[in-house]
Write a protein that binds this ligand. Structure first.
Ligand code: SF4
Ligand code: SF4
Length: 516
């Protein structure tokens, strides 16, 4: 544990007493030139940083009408003030969404509004001084871009967009964040966030095939770089090695096997994550997305399926066509792209999968809605599908499922505390404190309903909870992948079982998937 106090859990998350400046020391490492320059940003803070920052700010205002509207339309109603998990966990008033916005709004007013130019003291306008820039670096790296505040704002002001713009401006003057920029550079050079090269990936996948065969007696393949496969799976690289992510990957493989489809992973685009969204860089986001397009074309696949990753699904669902489309070379009879949960859910609906739900009876489960999935995407064809489809899968594969308090789930879900490019050890205090609202809600169902495990469908959420659970006195393995549960319960054709299939979901005989 670091040099800070882990918040006490409470029955309901209460509005904390204000602690002015209590998190002003929290800031991630600044990117060194070796992490800045590969992305086309200055290596270090440029001499004329003020003028360049204002210049870039002006460009962003021209490119994004939403940014100007967000900066103009706040009426200071206060509805957002207690909605941010970082404010609730730290008590620092600058972590209130409106105060975070004001760090940018005051500079906007000073340089881009008539009143702010001539009567700055009347409208709260302020220049971008060194002190303000320090505040930007600190507090725009205390926003996980989760968009919870925008749900409660009567004008829908999205602080995440401001945080992305602020980070973009800081990148352009040479004050980028090491964690994100280092990771983006690795995707450009090696193909994934981890820097895992192709041969190591091949070994890993072979090892997982052996594990599945040992467990089930069935040869389930995890194919790599197979030309002519029907489906390209793009998944977060954490799925290749970390717990509980890797159990989810084995679950996807079992579902693909049972569906009888041909699929592959690409060593060139072995990463679903796109950290360029966190730094607000459209150009970088596009470059990362274009790798997926190239892999799909090179391998000649017909479909694109994304694994369990929250922000990757946001980039895929909301932006993939703009960034790297048109995808007219893929089979138009399927969603482009498709989420692995949609894929599995369709098969369940068709009765094409058999489950022994009792395989998950040692757990009582609850579901954590990942913020990017919940508030920035959809699944299926019905509004709210992003909430209902994962829950329908969970209910199909386990007997014991409990919901957390409604104000903390679905659209109102709390961020895990590590999203938005903040999943780095130099921000551990922020991550632990920011997790408090989710931990309070989880603790409630642990105490009242005997919940033992929490399901997540986001790689960042899984990593974050594995790290912060012990800080709150819980075992790190209490977070599980949704497809880990699917993988536990699925009955593969020819699988060696002990004959105990009393809870099995009735299923049709044909495993073949049908078109949408
Ligand atoms: S987007 Fe999320 S992290 Fe950022 S200010 Fe709003 S609630 Fe807080
Ligand atoms: S809820 Fe919206 S309008 Fe109200 S203070 Fe917050 S950002 Fe401003």
């Amino acid at each position: 544990m670091g040099d800070y106090k882990v918040p006490d859990l409470s029955e309901f998350t209460e509005i904390p007493a204000l602690q002015d400046g209590s998190m002003s020391h929290s800031r991630p490492y600044v990117a060194a030139p070796e992490y800045q320059e590969p992305l086309g940003f200055p290596g270090e803070l440029v001499e004329d940083w003020h003028d360049q920052a204002i210049g870039r700010f002006g460009e962003l205002l021209t490119q994004s009408r939403a940014l100007r509207v967000y900066l103009d339309s706040c009426v200071r109603c206060g509805a957002c003030t207690d909605k941010c998990h970082y404010f609730l966990g730290t008590g620092d008033p600058k972590n209130m969404p409106v105060a975070r916005q004001d760090l940018m709004r005051k500079v906007y007013r000073r340089h881009f509004t008539f009143a702010g130019k001539w009567l700055p003291w009347l409208v709260g306008a302020e220049d971008l001084t060194e002190e303000v820039l320090d505040d930007w670096y600190s507090y725009f790296h205390q926003c996980s871009q989760c968009r919870r505040c925008s749900v409660y704002c009567p004008y829908g002001i999205d602080t995440a967009e401001l945080s992305m713009a602020a980070r973009d401006i800081m990148d352009h003057i040479g004050k980028g964040q090491k964690y994100c920029n280092e990771i983006i550079a690795k995707v450009h050079t090696i193909g994934n966030n981890l820097g895992l090269p192709g041969p190591a990936l091949a070994n890993t996948l072979e090892g997982l095939e052996e594990d599945i065969e040992d467990e089930t007696g069935v040869k389930v393949r995890l194919p790599l770089d197979v030309k002519g496969a029907d489906i390209l799976l793009v998944t977060p690289s954490a799925d290749f090695f970390a717990e509980p992510h890797v159990d989810g990957l084995m679950g996807y493989a079992k579902v693909f096997h049972q569906a009888g489809v041909s699929w592959t992973i690409s060593s060139y685009a072995s990463e679903a994550a796109n950290f360029a969204m966190f730094i607000g860089s459209y150009e970088q986001m596009r470059e990362v997305a274009l790798r997926i397009r190239k892999a799909a074309l090179d391998l000649g696949v017909k479909r694109l399926v994304f694994g369990e990753c929250g922000h990757a699904w946001r980039v895929a669902y909301s932006f993939l066509n703009t960034l790297a489309g048109p995808w007219d070379f893929l089979d138009q009879n399927y969603p482009i792209p498709q989420h692995i949960c949609e894929f599995t859910h369709d098969l369940i609906e068709q009765g094409a999968l058999k489950f022994d739900k009792s395989a998950n009876d040692h757990m009582t489960l609850t579901f954590h809605d990942s913020c990017n999935v919940a508030r920035a995407t959809r699944m299926g064809n019905v509004p709210g599908g992003q909430f209902e489809i994962p829950r329908a899968i969970a209910r199909a594969v386990c007997n014991n499922f409990v919901e957390m308090a409604p104000e903390t789930t679905r659209e109102g879900t709390y961020c895990c505390g590590g999203g938005g490019g903040l999943l780095t050890d130099d921000l551990m205090e922020l991550r632990v404190k920011g997790a408090k609202p989710r931990m309070d809600a989880l603790n409630q169902v642990v105490q009242n309903d005997g919940v033992t495990h929490m399901i997540a469908i986001c790689a960042i959420c899984k990593s974050q909870f594995s790290k912060v659970f012990p800080e709150y006195g819980m075992e790190m393995d209490r977070v599980v992948s949704l497809h880990q549960l699917v993988g536990n319960a699925i009955i593969l054709d020819g699988q060696e079982t002990d004959g105990e299939t009393n809870d099995e979901t009735e299923a049709g005989a044909a495993p073949a998937e049908t078109e949408e």
